[in-house]
Design a protein around this ligand. Sequence first.
Ligand code: B12
Length: 375
Amino acid sequence: MTIREEQLLLADMDGLAARVTKEHYDIQPDLFERYGKPGFEKSRRDTVYTLHYLAESVRMDSPSLFVHYIGWLKQLLSGYGLTDADIRLKLELVLRCVREARRDEWTDRTVRILEMGILRTSEPAETPSFIVEKHRLGREARTYLDALLRSDRLEAYALIDRLIERGESVRDIYQYVFQVSQYEVGLLWQTQQISVADEHYCTAITQSAMSRLYQRWIGEERPSRGGVFVSACVGGELHEIGLRMLTDVFEMEGWDTHYLGANTDEDQLLDEVLHRGADIVALSATMTFHVHIMKKLIGALRADERSAKAMILVGGLPFNVDPSLWKRIGADGYAPDAERALAEADRLLAARARGAEREANRQEAASEGGHELGS
Ligand code: B12
């Protein structure tokens, strides 16, 4: 982060959150009666969380990240009996604090993004179900998720086995059954229809269902595509199933893949990129407040001339929310899912090859010119 960014009022998130929460409870003392001291503490922590989203949105100059978060928050908090007016009041208090602070380019941007977030509080927030029966494998995704929600993992495995026996590809099962049902599990958790424990159970079974499928495809003869693919979730990021699916799909397509998983630190990644001679480095972030870590990581990869030639592909929820975000963090490309990432990786390698050819021609022309001058 630059010094100017550090100067941002949001640098003292804890202090700001405590002040805003106190002012909120002073205005609405009934909140204390309704939720007591633990409620106050939870509200303060939620405010810190909101400020993290706001800060990332400001750093990345991406209002849609914050606006999307407010839509998500509305849906989450309505399950706890909090209203749009409660969220709006909290944001207005933050806005007031930001306005009181010294004005500069960052405060102007913060104000603009906060105002957009406040507008979002009065729009509808319902996310439709991710499982649509008329979509490809939609009915099967519903049956699979129902089995998970009944804690019937044997039935869930049996359903996947039946899909394989009838000729469905592992890749389609990943995308249309596992990915979709994981998104639905998230929505059910967010709207308090299932507990955290239920979400963990469903996720664990899906991970084991993916592992059960390895024996069906791993080690199969497939044409070597010659590309080396290193993939990692950036520091702090625990959502690794999407990255694992992506890596598996590249492996199925004949890439030489190296999956580093969740929460990878910068040095480990750099070592692996150099050691493997990566053509593509795939970085994943799901939590918006990890995007600046990814930006820093990309800077470090570019700064080291030994890794500078690797093409950097990024993805995950914030990139799906703001489809031009990848450009602002210095990546070479982005894709919203594993299938489309394959085409994007091909495009990047072709562009790199063309660049190398142009450079070789330029050097050749320069050396020929040099001979003429010298002769
Ligand atoms: C499982 C899960 C978890 C698990 C993850 C376990 C694991 N081993 O991965 C655990 C319990 C750890 C977890 C924790 C949290 N989670 Co969570 N989690 C989920 C859930 C339900 C499913 C994630 C998943 O498996 N998705 C399926 C995969 C296949 O999809 P995907 O990640 O999008 O990946 C695809 C594409 O995005 C793309 N892609 C992904 N990466 C890359 C990279 C490249 C290079 C490319 C090209 C493409 C690409 O390709 C992938 C395959 O097609 C999601 C719901 C959701 N909508 O995703 C919530 C969700 C992401 N979690 C959420 C939250 C809030 C949290 C916590 C903050 C909860 C808490 N209070 O602690 C923490 C944060 C942890 C952290 N620091 O990272 C929220 C985020 C909301 C928001 N606005 O940001 C979500 C959306 C749930 C919700 N609906 O509210 N979570």
